[in-house]
Design a protein around this ligand. Structure first.
Ligand code: SF4
Ligand code: SF4
Length: 445
């Protein structure tokens, strides 16, 4: 027999360890002597311990080609995943933004030529291109596509007409409409939202007022909270509140949670709030990634002291996301077979007329996979370079026991491989810290 490549051992106190197979989702708490059976010399011991590890698939037949099995499994799961994930069109209305958030890595890229805005004709072409793209994909969902209006900041006062037009097109086609906004001009758009259906709006807030106003320069906490309150009155709109956290604002989460509780938003089933780690997709320095597992540990301690912060879900904590699934379902998740949205039927449309697949690098001509303006053209080889890249092909990730949990990080790391080190450490620490915390919470140790 031989050990599976996806065994992960997490040592606990009392001479015990948690053994997880990240591919099958098997998980056991075992004495450390049992874990020793996974070593090459001992795994052929013919006794009931080895038999148990074999039954749980931590040990495999010596002649089993696990790599081939994983390749086949990933292929099938990816097809299935694509068939249940609606086509997503992210429309960047403008790269321009009215705020100058202290941490924003995008603002220095907003020069005059990036202030270009969309026109009606371009919006028409985006909708036509979405139809072409849908037909060209082999595995796709039959659910209606999602259009996400994005920026920069999409809801600038001068964009009213084009926003109304885009929402009108969505409603005509019965497609799902989402908007991601900083929320400053939400009030000015209420009438448009009442007239043209919008299914979901995501607004970012950074903490209670003195923290929010200091970090998101140009946005006012009280006005923003009032606008969100109004949005929740518009019946059909799901309102998502995103809270970006880093070491500078994490301690203020209980205060923000108290305000949300005071406003009773949590009683509205169309309200959803989540905490995400602040990120910097410019890949210029890994400081924020390095902080991530420390932040997570801090959050766990805070949750014990301030249970009100449970009103926030947690998204974007790679490694810990698997623990969230475990907490909610009692099971480890299925393997993550795509790296990110770039290989899951997502297309990004810029005001210049380009098509990309990653919204975070839509400034960069290197990411162009086609054009929707002046007419639709898809560059198959650039597109497939992103779309068909499997986590199993990433040289850094081959042989990594965390691959089924992590999915291989970010396609942009391929341009700057120095990011793998800090990122992989963050994924590992977040998973291990999360599992230990889960064991404690469930009183399993
Ligand atoms: S990105 Fe790092 S942690 Fe994730 S699968 Fe690749 S090597 Fe493993
Ligand atoms: S390539 Fe990286 S930045 Fe782009 S969508 Fe994927 S994870 Fe995000």
């Amino acid at each position: 027999m031989k050990p599976s490549n996806f065994n992960l051992t997490i040592e606990l106190d009392n001479h015990k360890s948690v053994l997880i197979n990240t591919l099958t989702g098997a998980m056991d708490i075992l004495p450390n002597e049992t874990i020793d059976y996974l070593q090459d010399g001992l795994c052929n011991t013919n006794d009931e311990v080895a038999e148990y590890l074999y039954q749980r698939q931590y040990l495999l037949d010596a002649d089993l080609d696990e790599a081939q099995l994983v390749q086949d499994l990933y292929g099938e799961l990816l097809k299935h995943q694509r068939k249940i994930t609606p086509l997503r069109g992210v429309i960047i209305l403008t790269f321009d933004c009215n705020l100058r958030c202290k941490y924003c890595w995008q603002q220095y890229k907003v020069d005059e030529k990036n202030k270009l805005k969309l026109t009606r004709d371009k919006v028409d072409n985006i909708f036509i291109s979405m139809e072409h793209l849908y037909s060209s994909l082999e595995n796709k969902s039959e659910q209606p596509p999602i259009i996400q209006l994005f920026g920069g900041e999409p809801l600038l006062p001068e964009n009213k007409e084009i926003i109304a037009y885009s929402l009108h097109k969505c409603s005509e086609k019965k497609w799902y409409a989402q908007i991601t906004t900083n929320g400053v001009f939400l009030n000015d758009y209420m009438r448009i939202f009442e007239e043209f259906p919008v299914n979901e709006i995501q607004v970012t807030i950074d903490g209670p007022y003195e923290v929010h106003d200091r970090r998101r320069i140009g946005s006012k906490y009280e006005e923003l909270m009032d606008s969100i309150g109004r949005l929740l009155q518009v019946n059909r709109i799901h309102t998502k509140l995103r809270v970006n956290v880093d070491t500078a604002n994490i301690d203020t989460l209980p205060e923000l949670a108290n305000d949300i509780i005071k406003r009773q938003w949590y009683t509205n089933r169309k309200f959803y709030a989540y905490i995400a780690p602040l990120r910097d997709s410019s890949l210029e320095e890994p400081k924020l990634i390095l902080e991530r597992s420390h932040l997570l540990q801090k959050l766990m301690v805070l949750k014990e002291r301030y249970p009100q912060i449970e009103i926030f879900d947690m998204l974007g904590w790679n490694g810990y996301q698997a623990v969230r699934v475990l907490e909610n379902t009692g099971k480890m998740p299925y393997p993550r077979v795509n790296i990110c949205d770039t290989n899951m039927n997502q297309f990004v449309f810029t005001p210049k007329g380009e098509i990309h697949v990653c919204a975070e690098e839509a400034h960069d001509p290197a990411g162009i996979v086609g054009y929707y303006w002046p007419e639709y053209v898809l560059n198959e080889s650039s597109f497939l370079g992103w779309y068909n890249r499997s986590p199993l092909q990433l040289s850094n990730c081959k042989g990594c026991a965390l691959l089924p949990v992590c999915g291989g990080g970010c396609q942009l790391f391929i341009k700057n491989r120095d990011f793998y080190g800090p990122y992989c450490q963050a994924v590992r620490d977040s998973l291990i810290g999360g599992i230990k915390n889960y064991m404690k919470q469930e009183k399993l140790v």
